[in-house]
Design a protein around this ligand. Structure first.
Ligand SMILES: [Zn+2]
Length: 256
């Protein structure tokens, strides 16, 4: 006969629907006898799993992750017997592994840990959205670069050590500004792109900062303004941008 101490390792697996065989029979029988300790702990485990259910990932984890999770929540023997786990439960399993690290056994702390976990999930989803918007950016840039009728504008640096910046302009699809190894301006500064019209003052096309590797992929919204552009220019400006250039442009390229 198993005692509470032995059974407690199975609460989460049971609540996840991942406990089978004699362990499940033992725990069910033990709960049926009304053990107050295990009943309360099972309540907590079910509550936890229910809280985590909404975190369901869209895809199932890889085989290796699946094995690790199962080891963590159900033990190796449960793994050997079990081929499936409900898709939503993977999120619970991930969360349980994380919560175990945070000492999940202390029920009173679970709530706070859950909040921390939800924050992590939120951050992960945020990152997913950022990746998705990156993907859309690349797709738009690729569409412009590969379209018929796209013209290249080479923005030459006024100062020798700076690399060239390239802009690609398509009347229907828009403008892409692309660069590599572009230096990063100071924290309170940014690069600002200007459309210099044949007549009149430069028009801001927005600010950008290079990525960590100095990469630039910038798609300003300015389709209409490009029609009578004489040149594109990039100057260093305050981080929020300027209404008009306040410094000599570092890059200039004629729009032919
Ligand atoms: Zn018990």
């Amino acid at each position: 006969m198993a005692d509470c101490e032995q059974l407690r390792q199975h609460y989460e697996a049971h609540a996840l629907g991942a406990l089978e065989g004699e362990e499940r029979v033992e725990l069910d029988a033990h709960l049926a006898r009304g053990c107050p300790v295990c009943t309360a702990e099972m309540e907590r485990a079910r509550w936890l799993v229910a809280q985590l259910a909404y975190l369901a990932p869209e895809a199932e984890p890889s085989g290796r992750l699946r094995r690790k999770l199962l080891e963590a929540v159900g033990g190796q023997r449960a793994l050997e017997r079990r081929a499936w786990i409900p898709a939503w439960a993977w999120a619970g399993a991930v969360a349980l592994v994380l919560l175990t690290v945070f000492s999940v056994r202390e029920a009173r702390r679970v709530q706070g840990e859950l909040a921390a976990l939800q924050e992590q999930v939120r951050a992960a989803r945020e990152q997913n959205r950022a990746l998705e918007s990156d993907r859309q950016l690349y797709q738009r840039a690729l569409a412009i670069l590969s379209a018929a009728g796209t013209r290249e504008v080479a923005l030459k640096p006024g100062q020798a050590p700076l690399p060239e910046v390239h802009a690609y302009w398509n009347a229907e699809l828009g403008l892409v500004v692309s660069g590599h190894h572009i230096p990063t301006p100071a924290a309170d500064r940014a690069w600002q792109l200007w459309v210099v019209p044949k007549k009149g003052k430069p028009i801001s096309a927005g600010i950008f900062r290079p990525g960590t590797e100095g990469q630039v992929l910038f798609l300003p919204q300015l389709e209409a303004r490009m029609a009578d552009a004489a040149a594109l220019a990039i100057s260093e400006e305050p981080a929020a941008g300027s209404p008009q250039p306040t410094t000599t442009p570092l890059w200039v390229g004629p729009v032919s």
